[in-house]
Design a protein around this ligand. Structure first.
Ligand SMILES: Cc1cc2nc3c(=O)[nH]c(=O)nc-3n(C[C@H](O)[C@H](O)[C@H](O)COP(=O)(O)O)c2cc1C
Length: 362
């Protein structure tokens, strides 16, 4: 389960009857638009040179929503799996794909797992996160909090510099969800080249959240950045996360890394945002800025080495089937969703303190 007040659990497997999500603890009265949810799910299912798998992406909301608003009861959302072809996956039980979860799943679940389409390790599982994320975003909107993500790197093609929220939302126009048209072209070329060479390519997406109050996060254990990392790591294929300047900070002096505290229109702000919106595990009121690195998609058509677990012999593996050549463009709406879920949870936790202790500062 993810979250303490706004709680999310996932169910379903890639090639089972459905995937879905259970959202508990969402307060009553939050607007839920099926249309918007389906639109977000469609964003998740389409990416440049992505798998040709085409699901209807029509949600079935079984409980917790009445006349377009949450009731306060648990919200159960189902998404049917219909476009499935499980045949290419049979061999992976015996011959695990390098980089994928086939081997660890077989050992962990003692062979009882549903391996079809990658089972619970498939990107398909993130559809439930996007459905829950749509509710979380609606809740956050009521408090003026907005989230957007974009692709900043594919292979060696990278967008430099810090972009504003208004710039980031323009990324949706690009097939790879990158704001820069020239870089978009380069990124598409990187993905096309990798695919032509029977390979895949990795990259980086950046998430921005604006409108956060100072005070989200519950250190020392449930820090905002720590909870965000847990949620982001739920997204399959994620291999690195950094806040603000992240790893670059390792080579800086304190005088370069510290964000000067200033007054902006009579309110406290920081001049720069190298910390990425979090200090001490608590939101500092500046935009949350998170960069997420994705591995190249593990399933590639190029011949690879693996072990046949039945005969315990090293063998070569040639993967057939439908795969994404680069995960990043499709992961953009998924990252927006997991960040929304964590922020919704921490906003509710913060508001419950405010109600108890008042909002004045001593
Ligand atoms: C939206 C999305 C789509 C994905 N598509 C594929 C795919 O087509 N083929 C594949 O091998 N992995 C794909 N992945 C990644 C694997 O699910 C992931 O690499 C695998 O579960 C192993 O987990 P790890 O990379 O986090 O260790 C996708 C991930 C996401 C988020």
């Amino acid at each position: 389960m993810l979250g303490v007040m706004f709680r999310v659990s996932l169910f379903g497997e890639s090639h089972g009857p459905c995937v879905g999500v259970l959202v508990e603890g969402c307060p009553p009265g939050v607007e839920v638009s099926e249309e918007e949810m389906n639109r977000e799910l469609l964003r998740r299912s389409r990416g440049f040179m992505s798998t040709p798998r085409r699901e209807g992406e029509e949600v079935f909301i079984a409980s917790g929503v009445f006349r377009g608003r949450t009731t306060g009861a648990p919200i159960a959302i189902f998404l049917r799996n219909s476009d499935v072809d499980s045949r290419p996956y049979e061999v992976f039980r015996r011959r695990p794909r390098p980089g994928h979860a086939d081997y660890v799943a077989r050992i962990k679940y003692m062979g009882y797992h549903d391996h079809r389409g990658g089972g619970i390790f498939s990107g398909r599982i993130t559809a439930g996160l996007v459905a829950a994320g749509s509710i979380a975003r609606s809740l956050l909107r009521m408090w003026g909090i907005k989230i957007a993500a974009h692709t900043v790197q594919v292979g060696r093609s990278r967008v430099e510099g810090e972009l504003s929220f208004e710039e980031v939302i323009k990324a949706e126009k690009s097939p790879v969800r990158c704001v820069d048209p020239e870089k978009s072209k380069e990124m598409m070329e990187e993905i096309t080249r990798a695919s032509e060479e029977e390979d895949s390519v990795g990259g980086v997406a950046e998430v921005l959240a604006v409108g956060l109050p100072v005070g989200l996060g519950e250190p020392p254990i449930d820090t905002l950045d720590g909870d965000l990392c847990k949620a982001i790591m739920m997204v399959p294929g994620v291999k690195g996360i950094e806040f603000g300047d992240g790893f670059k900070m390792a080579e800086m002096r304190g005088s370069e890394a510290n964000d000067p505290i200033v007054l902006r229109d009579g309110r406290i702000a920081t001049k720069t945002n190298r910390s990425g919106g979090v200090n001490g595990g608590i939101s500092n009121g500046m935009p949350l800025r998170i960069r997420v690195a994705f591995r190249p998609t593990p399933s590639i058509r190029k011949e690879q080495r693996t072990v046949d677990l039945d005969s315990m012999r090293e063998v070569s593996l040639k993967i057939e089937g439908r795969y994404d050549s680069c995960i990043v463009p499709r992961a953009v709406p998924v990252l927006e969703s997991v960040v929304a879920i964590v922020l919704a949870d921490h906003l509710l936790r913060w508001l419950s303190w405010m109600k108890f202790s008042g909002s004045g500062t001593r």
